[in-house]
Structures are given as structure tokens and as C-alpha cells.
Write a protein that binds this ligand. Structure first.
Ligand SMILES: Nc1ncnc2c1ncn2[C@@H]1O[C@H](COP(=O)(O)OP(=O)(O)O)[C@@H](O)[C@H]1O
Ligand SMILES: O=P(O)(O)OC[C@H](O)CO
Length: 491
């Protein structure tokens, strides 16, 4: 029976997941990726680590499953992260600059002050923020000696992590990306589906270094025979948040998923319509199949599961993430401690990089339990702000929010989410949604998995969380949270 291999190259780890012909997980392998912080606000990955951890995970998962026949590979990846390498030798010219890296804040501010943001947002759906690839690529060309001249001579190639892995997997024969990854670069015109020559000129990025942009389910080349002992076609590629949107089968306009990992990324399918947000949410490509683009509105929260990590590593009040829930349950119901986890500023819809976290409502009786509860609740409150902004931008059907990611494992956090949203929250049976999305793209293209309709029918709910909080209390607590955010932004 043919299997599908999904490679999920994430910010903190590389994972490989093998799915069988019935789309069930057969085996998983994972390896941490070392992080480099060469200066305050800078985050880098060694390209060799990205490649070797992905390759080792893939080989290990295949070996664990007894080396079954693999019909295709699907790739999903941390988005926006920038790599530049030599076309002839494959050697990277610098470490990868990771999406979290803020070194280009000055360049982005200059471009904003020069009035470029409205036009760039119109063309790309994005904001002039260091988060996206464009300014990072410009930084490399400006700061690595000789890079711009070499790029202009056509000697250097740019890619996001998917492109780099495709290049390595195909032995340097294919330089390609998919539309969802291209949509995160700030240099791709998502209305017209092409690299934007004007924005590239503004950032002085030579067009010759850009990869070919393909559908998410397409021919991305065959792997080198030496890598897995046989050649395997790469048939699916999507950025990790878009892959999760697919894995959650959010195919209909109005469907919405939120992935709760370190941060939280919510994507709302807006169909053929690219929505211009009034609340600084992002317009992006949800997926592109058979040349047809489906758009999404996206909101990012920087701190979700990271609030739980802070309880564990910063405060030391829990030993593992799974303990947060029991501690929160022990909190004094009479207290209303609010944590605004702006550890690195606040993301959508606030987009304030300067503010920092705060705790409100402390009494002499406040302790670890109240902080744990406040930490878990902060994720629900932030999600509500995000979804309210989405609703203001675009009608949303009353379909439930579909959740996934590590923090979605917490029943307590998901119940509070339903309570504070006043809406139901659905957790799927298969929580490996990111990998599933990539596998589905590849498996569908290989002809062994169903098309979107058949796949959507396979989606199954493990648990639905229904709102139970009294509506007046819900509104009062959310209003208090909003006052806390306003105070945090004002400091
Ligand atoms: N049971 C749990 N309760 C609350 N948070 C959890 C739980 N399990 C994991 N997490 C949080 O989920 C995050 C890990 O999720 P994951 O999807 O693996 O994230 P990422 O891909 O960003 O590394 C961590 O920040 C962790 O604190
Ligand atoms: O690798 P993750 O899961 O933290 O996801 C990172 C996002 O793609 C960044 O936009």
C-alpha cells in the first residue's frame, strides 16, 4: 500500500510524519533545530541544520515504518524565513534569517515613512513589518559582502525554507516554491499571482534570484536517488499555517482555524475575495489548486503556548505544559488576575512591537494558580480580539472555530476559549493537521487521496467545546481585558 511522507520543517523542530493510504498516521520522527540569537532581536538558523534535521527525520520515520512504498512527499514549513545560496555550489551565503527576526525594523519604518505601505499592502496583503521575507532578503544583499553583485549576475538564489528543501532534495535541480509561501515574502503580488517587479525594484532585489511559483499540489521534482534509496516525487507544498488550514478542511468561505503552538495563527477562508482589512489583519493566499487562488484573512498572536512556557521556565510554577490546567483549576474564583502577555509586543490587531507584558488585579492572595489561570485565559482573550477584527472585516458564517496545535490539548484552555468567544470550538480527532495538510496535497496529486470534498468528509471532531459562561459575565470580563490591553499599550 502506498504511503505519503510529510516533512514539517518548523521554527523549533523538524518533523517527518508518514501517512498510510487511509490518511492515518503510521509513524512520527522529530528533531530539534538549534536557534541562534547573534544580537538582540536577531534570530537565525543554520541552513545545514534545517536540511540535516529534516533529512534525518524523514529517513528515521521511513525506517521505523519498515521502509514502505512512498508515493509522494509533501513539504510544509515555517514561513517567511529567508535563505540565499549559490546556484552553482548550493552553499548558503549566510545563516537563514528567521521570521521572528526584527533586524530590519529600521528599513521597514523608513519605507513606511516614505509612504510605501498602502501600495505594498494592496499588492501583497501584508504590512511593512520585519516579519516578512522582503526586507530580510534586502538586508542580506546589502550586508553580505559582494552579495548584490553576485545576485545581479544570476549567481545567487533566494528561497523560503520550502524552496531550500526542494533544492536540496532534488540535488539542486529544482528552484521552486508554492503560492502560499510566495505570499509571505512581501515581494509577491497576490492579486496577480506573480513576483512584483516594482516592489523588487524598491528593495533592489534582482528577479533572477526568485524561485518559480507553483500551485500547492504540483510537480516539484524527484528526490535524488541516493537520499532515500529510490526516487520519490515531491507533489505538495504549503506554508505551515496554510497546511493546517487544509488539514482542518477549511475549504468553504467563512471557515476558520486557529493553531495554538508557540504563537497562534488564525486563518479565515475568504474564497475568491482578497479582503482589505481595516484592522491590520493580513490578506494572504490560503491555497492555490488547479491555478485557482483561494484567499484568507490571517491574524497572528505572538504569545499563546509561549505563555505556558513562561509559567514553566520563567516563573517555575509548573514542571510541564500539561500541568498548567490543573493549577488554573485551583485558582481562587473570586480573583480576576489578568495577564497581558506582550513579552515581545502585541500582534494582530494591535501590532505594537514596543509594549511589554503586564499583570493586573494582583492581591496578597494571588499566587501561581491565579497566574496560571491568567496565562491560559490570555490566549482566549487574544483570540476573541482577533476574531472580532475578522468579523468587522468580513462576514463570517457561524461555523465553529477549528483548533489544533500543542496548546489545543488543554481542555481547560479550549473551554475558556469557547466561553469567552460565546461560540463553539471544535477539536479534530487528528491533531497533526499541519502535516496532514501537506500529505493531503501530495497524496491528492499522486491520485491516492480524495479531492477537497472527499477529504472534507473525512474530517472528524474529537470534541466540541460549547460556551457555558453567563453572557453578562463574558462581556464584563472581556471589557476588563480590553482595559488591561489599553493600559499596557499606554505605558
Ligand atoms: N497540555 C497543554 N496545555 C497548555 N499548553 C500546552 C500543552 N501542551 C503543549 N502546550 C504548549 O503548546 C506549545 C507547543 O505546541 P506546538 O504545536 O508543538 O508548537 P510549535 O510548533 O510552535 O513549537 C508550547 O508552547 C506548549 O507550552
Ligand atoms: O514554525 P511555527 O509552527 O512556529 O510557525 C511559524 C509560522 O509559519 C510563522 O509565520
Amino acid at each position: 500500500m502506498p504511503h505519503i511522507l510529510a516533512i514539517d520543517q518548523g521554527t523549533t523542530s523538524s518533523r517527518a510524519i508518514l501517512f498510510d493510504a487511509a490518511m492515518q498516521v503510521v509513524a512520527v520522527a522529530q528533531e530539534e533545530v538549534p536557534q541562534h540569537y547573534p544580537a538582540s532581536g536577531w534570530v537565525e538558523h543554520d541552513p545545514e541544520d534545517l536540511w540535516s534535521t529534516a533529512l534525518r527525520s524523514a529517513r528515521e520515520v521511513i525506517a521505523r515504518a519498515g521502509a514502505p512504498e512512498i508515493a509522494a512527499i509533501g513539504i510544509t514549513n515555517q514561513r517567511e524565513t529567508v535563505l540565499v545560496w549559490d546556484r552553482a555550489t548550493g552553499a548558503p551565503i549566510h545563516r537563514a534569517i528567521v521570521w521572528q527576526d526584527r533586524r530590519t525594523a529600521g528599513l521597514c519604518a523608513e519605507l513606511r515613512e516614505a509612504g510605501h505601505e498602502p501600495d505594498i499592502t494592496y499588492r501583497t496583503g501584508l504590512l511593512l513589518d520585519p516579519y516578512f521575507s522582503g526586507s530580510k532578503l534586502a538586508w542580506l544583499l546589502d550586508n553580505v559582502e559582494g552579495a548584490r553583485a553576485r545576485a545581479e549576475r544570476g549567481e545567487l538564489l533566494f528561497g523560503t525554507v520550502d524552496s531550500f528543501l526542494i533544492w536540496k532534495l532534488t540535488g539542486g535541480r529544482v528552484h521552486a516554491t508554492d503560492a502560499t509561501n510566495a505570499a509571505r515574502t512581501l515581494i509577491y503580488n497576490i492579486r496577480e499571482g506573480r513576483w512584483d517587479a516594482d516592489i523588487c525594484a524598491l528593495l533592489r532585489i534582482p528577479l533572477a534570484m526568485l524561485p518559480e511559483v507553483k500551485d500547492c499540489a504540483a510537480e516539484f521534482g524527484m528526490t535524488e536517488p541516493g537520499l532515500f534509496g529510490c526516487q520519490i516525487p515531491i507533489l505538495g507544498v504549503a506554508g505551515d499555517q496554510q497546511a493546517a488550514t487544509l488539514g482542518q478542511a477549511c475549504f468553504a468561505p467563512g471557515m476558520l482555524k486557529a493553531t495554538y503552538g508557540t504563537g497562534c495563527f488564525a486563518l479565515l477562508n475568504t474564497g475568491a475575495e482578497l479582503v482589505q482589512s481595516r484592522s491590520r489583519l493580513l490578506g494572504t493566499i490560503a491555497y492555490q489548486l488547479d491555478g485557482v487562488t483561494t484567499y484568507a484573512l490571517e491574524g497572528s498572536i505572538f504569545i499563546a503556548g509561549a505563555a505556558v512556557q513562561w509559567l514553566r521556565d520563567g516563573l517555575g510554577v509548573i514542571g510541564s505544559a500539561g500541568e498548567a490546567q490543573a493549577l488554573a483549576e485551583a485558582a481562587d474564583p473570586a480573583q480576576d488576575v489578568v495577564l497581558v502577555p506582550a513579552f515581545t509586543g502585541l500582534g494582530a490587531p494591535w501590532w505594537n512591537a514596543e509594549c511589554r507584558g503586564a499583570v493586573y488585579g494582583l492581591t496578597r492572595n494571588s499566587g501561581p494558580a491565579e497566574l496560571a489561570r491568567a496565562g491560559l485565559e490570555s490566549v482566549g482573550y487574544q483570540t476573541r480580539d482577533l476574531l472580532q477584527a475578522m468579523q468587522a472585516d468580513w462576514r463570517r458564517d457561524e461555523a465553529a472555530l477549528r483548533v489544533d496545535g500543542g496548546m489545543a490539548a488543554s481542555d481547560w484552555a479550549m473551554q475558556f476559549l469557547a466561553d469567552i468567544l460565546g461560540a463553539s470550538v471544535d477539536r479534530p480527532r487528528l491533531t497533526e493537521t499541519t502535516a496532514l495538510g501537506a500529505a493531503w496535497l501530495a497524496g491528492m496529486r499522486a491520485g491516492i487521496y480524495p479531492g477537497p470534498e472527499g477529504f472534507a468528509e473525512e474530517w472528524a471532531r474529537e470534541r466540541q467545546f460549547m460556551p457555558q459562561m453567563d453572557p453578562a459575565l463574558r462581556e464584563a470580563r472581556h471589557a476588563r481585558w480590553q482595559r488591561a490591553v489599553a493600559a499596557t499599550l499606554a505605558v
